[in-house]
Ligand binder design. Structure first.
Ligand code: NAD
Ligand code: USQ
Length: 474
């Protein structure tokens, strides 16, 4: 062991914002959650009193600097995707100049899987034309593969000189990344190729660009270190009583999550070596479909992934309830995960863009989560709301059957985020259910069960003879 994690956690986790008084409050909150492991929605830690008093403005030692609301030129990589499209529209609505880059790989993977978004989505060209027609605002769209077209991408940065790049452009589904050898290799090559091209391209372009990257809560593992998960960094005590702040130990649970851990090392290196200004957002599971802006016109509608590979748990449960399918809880449903609504994702992205770190600072890491909740409690909540049946099925994933998860999210709260919580989101949950009901005839029920097993034992346990008998899942 090179770090004394247990000892450290005993004295309190320190995020970029924490001070002595916060540690006591945090430790008390962790103890409260541990005493109530079955609580449906586990609140993220309460704000310490000193932070509540200053919630309007970040504390003086915050490494990011608000730019006073200056309008920026922002390139959104992956701006055709589930998080990217509503974020691009939100940034444009706030007055920023927005350019989307996307290679439409997500739409192509739908073709490969024989699936499609539950909501009908129009082409990116039609999306941006509609946005212009309705608001007079312009979002440009550029078809480009950032993992493959390094020279073109770098020239694009030289020509456009953006202030900010928001990087959503990665293969983001854990089950797809575990589907077979080709998907594992594609996920590694695409995600690391994309992230490294962006970093290398920023340096080669010579343009002073702030990079905002979408990471994941899954880089930390889900609470396996036994205490509150801080925002990116953790204080450790090395042999010889040497105190050090390091990146929180990485503990990925899939090839996809592994790419985000490796991204984090690339960011650490480029921040140190080239003084790049980098923000890494460790986001939880995003739920919902539309934001008020994408709900303005059917041609602005956001995608809704429901299939076994790309559908995420809460949206899947809402879709299953709408389509009369028993909710597919994997294993005991004791997995606790972090959640955030898509509208809050968009707010967080703008907050991150307008609060860049200074050059020479370590990577700014924020946990982009509203709260944590247990999968079986989420299923019960949806079942109660919509009268659905809950089905406990064999878990295709190699993951802890039960885990606690307490997550620090003070940085975004200090920047002004008041996140949407599930317990008070009945209207939003109903809205997603209604959208799913409206498009229920587009649901291919053969695509609901996941065919991606983490290993052969999981395929055997699921009784999938075809997947268990061959090394490649069909
Ligand atoms: P998505 O698949 O809907 O969107 C990603 C977009 O990037 C797609 O439009 C895809 O075509 C594009 N893309 C992928 N590789 C590209 C490449 N090489 N060049 C150009 N474009 C490329 O995924 P999403 O749900 O919008 O997620 C966006 C980001 O947020 C991902 O990095 C993901 O890891 C992260 N994230 C998502 C969630 C979630 O619940 N959806 C949660 C946490 C983090
Ligand atoms: N699960 C079920 N039933 C289902 C689907 C999922 O019980 O039908 C369980 C899974 O076993 C898992 C949990 O729900 O324990 C979450 O699964 P998910 O598919 O909703 O989320 P995950 O695979 O973790 O990935 C999603 C996004 C990814 C993002 C991540 C954030 O696809 O891009 O990084 O959420 S986080 O989970 O915080 O790491």
């Amino acid at each position: 062991m090179i770090y004394a994690l247990g000892l450290f956690l005993g004295i309190g986790a320190v995020s970029g914002y924490s001070v002595g008084t916060a540690r006591v409050a945090n430790r008390a909150h962790v103890a409260t959650c541990a005493a109530h492991p079955t609580v449906g929605t586990v609140a993220v830690r309460a704000q310490p009193a000193f932070m509540q008093a200053t919630a309007e403005a970040p504390p003086a030692h915050h490494s990011a600097s608000s730019d006073g609301g200056a309008k920026k030129k922002i390139i959104v990589l992956g701006g055709d995707g589930f998080c990217g499209w509503p974020s691009a529209v939100h940034l444009s609505d706030k007055g920023h100049e927005v350019i989307i880059i996307d290679n439409l790989s997500r739409r192509k993977i739908d073709v490969e899987l024989g699936c499609s978004s539950l909501t009908p989505i129009v082409s990116p060209e039609e999306r941006v034309a509609t946005w212009h027609e309705l608001t007079g605002k312009t979002i440009r769209y550029e078809y480009m593969d950032i993992a493959q077209e390094y020279d073109r991408f770098t020239q694009f940065l030289k020509d456009e000189e953006p202030d900010t790049i928001v990087h959503f452009a990665e293969q983001r589904a854990a089950p797809y990344s575990m589907r077979n050898a080709a998907c594992k290799r594609y996920t590694i090559e695409n995600n690391l190729g994309a992230t490294h091209n962006v970093l290398c391209g920023i340096v080669e372009s010579g343009v002073d660009i702030h990079l905002v990257h979408l990471g994941t809560m899954g880089v930390y593992g889900y609470g396996n270190s036994g205490g509150e998960i801080p925002e990116g960094y953790i204080d450790v005590i090395l042999p010889g009583d040497r105190k050090k702040k390091i990146l929180h130990p990485a503990y990925p649970g899939s090839i996809y999550h592994t790419t985000k851990c490796l991204d984090a090392l690339l960011f650490q290196f480029y921040a140190k070596n080239d003084q790049l200004r980098l923000t890494d957002l460790h986001q939880g599971i995003v739920w919902g479909t539309n934001t008020p802006l994408t709900a303005m016109d059917p041609r602005l509608t956001n995608r809704f992934d429901y299939d076994g590979e790309y559908g995420t748990v809460l949206n899947r449960f809402l879709m299953q309830a709408a389509c009369g399918i028993p909710l597919t809880v994997y294993g005991t449903g004791g997995q606790t995960r972090a959640f955030i609504h898509i509208t809050d994702t968009c707010r967080c992205i703008e907050l991150a863009c307008t609060n860049p770190p200074e050059a020479g600072q370590p990577v700014e890491i924020l946990n982009q989560v509203a709260e944590t909740a247990r999968v079986r409690d989420v299923a019960e909540m949806v079942a109660k709301l919509n009268g659905a049946e809950v089905s406990y099925v064999s878990n295709p994933r190699q993951e802890d059957a039960e885990n606690e998860l307490v997550v620090a999210n003070n940085k975004f709260k200090l920047l002004g985020l008041d996140p949407i919580l599930l317990e008070s989101a009945e209207g939003l949950l109903t809205e997603v259910h209604e959208i799913a009901s409206k498009f229920a005839d587009r649901c291919d029920q053969n695509k609901v069960v996941s065919k991606s097993y983490w290993n052969k034992n999981r395929a055997v346990a699921a009784g999938d003879a075809a997947a268990a008998g061959t090394p490649v899942a069909k």
